[in-house]
Write a protein that binds this ligand. Structure first.
Ligand code: SAM
Length: 304
């Protein structure tokens, strides 16, 4: 609990009132779940709130020799951002999260708060996707573009200087985040209206009571995956073999409960649905143009 709180403070909403103080590297530093272990062991952050403004000492490398920035711009881990400071996601977690999201060349990956561009660049370089990054800090956007050039993916990746809360990312098929719990919650209503099947991955922070579909752990960091569920709440007419019945689906994110029929609730993952019939029996199918359809069964919406 203490570490969770500290983690939230580390990626704190900044402004004139945030101070981030660097502390010496120490093997006894607690390993904070929200920070790359690399950043911790490099002696990175001890956050505190103060009216004196931000004080950030530049670090040019993370543990393992990862170089931050380039000759034109050297960002500092913990430097202020509009709503959250900059801390890079470890490359190992970037890869693990994009793998969990099953990114392919058909995807359009958008990183909200893209920092030095590592999520979009990896999505293009390692998974063949098109990708886009949005960051409020113009220096980070310029650095991300140069990083994309150096990685040879400039034709597949774009970056934009902008506020993620005022930008349209609705065409993304994969959204990547490393923000803060309250910022994730602020984005959540928009994310839930995205196309069913859109994958969302977040480094460290969850989405409140929208439970993740998967938790991804690397040696030094944790992330989560959500799959935007189709909206199925309402009244449906089912035909299952020779049986006909109506049922009302009540939906809480990806969890379904039903009243009025033999179904014992179920789950939705994008457009794919699974209902339990009891006795270990299941109905699996997906949402198509005309309703739910599976092998030997259909359901048609008859009310909202
Ligand atoms: C914790 S860093 C994550 C960087 C990158 N996504 C990663 O995982 O390595 C958060 C980034 O969000 C940016 N940021 C903060 N508030 C923002 C806002 N309202 N709109 C756009 N970018 C923002 C910061 O400048 C910073 O680069």
């Amino acid at each position: 609990m203490r570490y969770t709180l500290l983690a939230c403070l580390i990626l704190l909403p900044v402004g004139a009132s945030a101070q981030v103080r660097l502390v010496p590297a120490s093997p006894t530093l607690p390993r904070l779940p929200a920070l790359p272990a690399a950043a911790q062991t490099a002696g990175v952050l001890e956050p505190s709130l103060s009216a004196e403004g931000a004080e950030v000492v530049p670090l040019s490398t993370l543990e393992g020799g990862e170089k931050l920035g380039d000759d034109q711009y050297r960002p500092s881990v913990g430097q202020p951002g509009k709503d959250v400071i900059w801390v890079p996601t470890p490359e190992s977690l970037v890869k693990a999260l994009l793998t969990a999201a099953k990114v392919t060349r058909n995807d359009y990956v958008v990183d909200l708060g893209s920092g030095d561009g590592r999520f979009p660049i990896a999505a293009a370089r390692d998974f063949g996707a098109r990708a886009h990054g949005i960051d409020y800090n113009g220096d980070m956007v310029a650095l991300a573009r140069r990083n994309a050039d150096r990685a040879g993916v400039r034709t597949k990746v774009t970056f934009q200087r902008g506020d993620i809360f005022e930008s349209d990312f609705s065409s993304a098929s994969v959204v990547t985040l490393y923000l803060l719990p309250n910022l994730n919650l602020k984005l959540r209503p928009k994310i839930l209206t995205m196309k069913p099947g859109t994958r969302v991955v977040s480094h460290a922070f969850d989405m409140g009571d929208w439970e993740p579909d998967e938790t991804i752990r690397t040696d030094d960091a944790t992330g989560y995956l959500w799959i935007v569920p189709a909206q199925l709440a309402g009244r449906w007419a089912f035909e299952v073999g020779n049986e006909r019945f109506t049922a009302t689906i009540v939906q809480t994110y990806q969890k379904l409960s039903t009243t009025g029929g033999p179904l014992n609730g179920g789950r939705v993952r994008g457009r794919e649905v699974t209902f339990s019939l009891g006795g270990g029996r299941e109905l699996t199918g997906e949402l198509g143009e005309t309703g739910l359809i599976g092998r030997g069964w259909t359901a048609t919406r008859i009310g909202g």
